[in-house]
Write a protein that binds this ligand. Structure first.
Ligand code: TPP
Length: 376
């Protein structure tokens, strides 16, 4: 077995000090170490963990994701459509439940057989983590070389690899909503372009705009293509999680995550994580057109959902129903003044501009220029 505290110490020496993930009993010692000794963000699902970790890494923090192999499938969308095309070097530890030849529960059987293969299929480099320190340290050194090349690297962790670490007393902070404002008037239903124009017009030299999958990113690109824009072409539902990772890493920046109703519904648990972490410098704006507009306008179930209420009871300091463009401007300005985790909800019209383009820069180029901007 590996002495987990020693191994965790090496990870820290290599600069890895932000951990996020969903627990697995095989990884319990490493997760306990991360909670005791580092910063650990409990994620609601493994895909969210990957996106948080990616945001932190873009912001310059070396981040680690921890997950059971049954959660690797939850993470496959952001691994293949965020981490790979944007070339974000995150380090992962995934457990090997259901290892062939060992007794385990039936639900782990298939993943036990295919964990390594699945990582390889997703073009993620990996190794089985050795269960003795000298070899594990060499592996860690090899992993850092791959990470330095802007590629992700995962360790597959077999049963009884890590020696026990007791969990010290955990903090539980109650984050409370301070301002919830529901619908009070008629909706103006601006177009997405009009809403994005308002948001973009208010951006300052410290503002980063993160745009969700589909037409939102494409329209923002049409309005203005600047290094402080990030178009999340894939990983639907992960925009605010990426924003969370970035906002806790770059506290001096204003991070605006622009979401869609289909995307937010896909990973709505992220509201709870954001609310708990409560980064002041994160503004989460939901443009709700009641549809998957980018794929042809198929209706979502957003008409049935009280997003403002959910954001408020998830701990967002401010959760505000915005009825029109002037209010949108007003509440973005208020957030800039106040600096509190804020959720703005606005209903927009379906449809988008004709002939909307697509970013010409490759995803990794968009990331690289954002990193240059962040480090200026
Ligand atoms: C995991 C995943 N599922 C499906 C898609 C296909 N897809 C791309 S954009 C989109 C619609 C997004 O809807 P919404 O977030 O409401 O934004 P809108 O298109 O309405 O602006 C879908 C379904 C995808 N990219 N990723």
């Amino acid at each position: 077995m590996i002495n987990t505290e020693l191994f965790g110490g090496y990870l820290k020496n290599f600069g890895f000090n932000l951990f996020t993930g969903v627990p697995c009993s095989f990884l319990k010692p490493l997760i306990n170490f991360a909670i005791n000794e580092c910063e650990y963000i409990p994620a609601v699902n493994e895909g969210e963990a990957v996106a948080i970790s990616a945001g932190a890494r873009i912001g310059g923090r070396k981040s680690v994701v921890l997950m059971q192999n049954s959660g690797l499938t939850n993470a496959s969308s952001p691994l293949t459509s965020l981490i790979q095309p944007f070339r974000i070097p995150i380090l992962g530890f995934v457990s090997l439940r259901g290892e062939p030849g060992l007794m385990d529960e039936p639900q782990h059987e298939i993943m036990g057989e295919i964990t390594g293969e699945l990582l390889s299929l997703m073009k993620v480099k990996w190794e089985y983590l050795a269960n003795e320190m000298e070899e594990a340290l060499k592996q860690l050194q090899r992993a850092t070389i791959i990470l330095e090349n802007n590629q992700p690297f995962f360790f597959i962790v077999k049963k009884n690899t890590f020696a026990n670490v007791n969990l010290q007393k955990q903090m539980k902070i109650a984050t409370k909503n301070q301002c919830k404002m529901g619908k009070k008037a008629e909706d103006q239903f601006p177009t997405r372009m009009e809403a994005l124009n308002r948001i973009n017009a208010l951006k300052g030299e410290n503002t980063i705009q993160l745009a969700t999958t589909g037409k939102t990113g494409r329209e923002l690109y049409e309005i203005e293509d600047v290094p402080n824009n990030f178009y999340m072409v894939g990983s639907m539902g992960c925009i605010s999680s990426l924003g969370l990772g970035l906002s806790i890493t770059k506290k001096e920046k204003e991070i605006i995550a622009i979401d869609g109703d289909g995307a937010l519904l896909m990973r709505m648990g992220s509201l709870a994580t954001n609310g708990y972490q409560n980064p002041k410098n994160l503004l989460h704006i939901l443009l709700d057109n009641g549809s998957h507009d980018s794929t042809g306008g198929q209706a979502t179930v957003s008409h049935n959902v009280d997003f403002v209420g959910i954001a408020a009871c998830s701990g967002y300091a401010n959760a505000i129903y915005v009825h029109n463009l002037d209010e949108l401007t007003q509440y973005i300005q208020a957030w800039k003044q106040e600096q509190k985790l804020t959720f703005l909800y606005i209903k927009i019209a379906k449809g988008s501009m004709n002939g909307v383009g697509r970013p010409k820069e490759k995803p990794f180029e968009v990331k690289e220029r954002l990193q240059v901007f962040l480090n200026d």
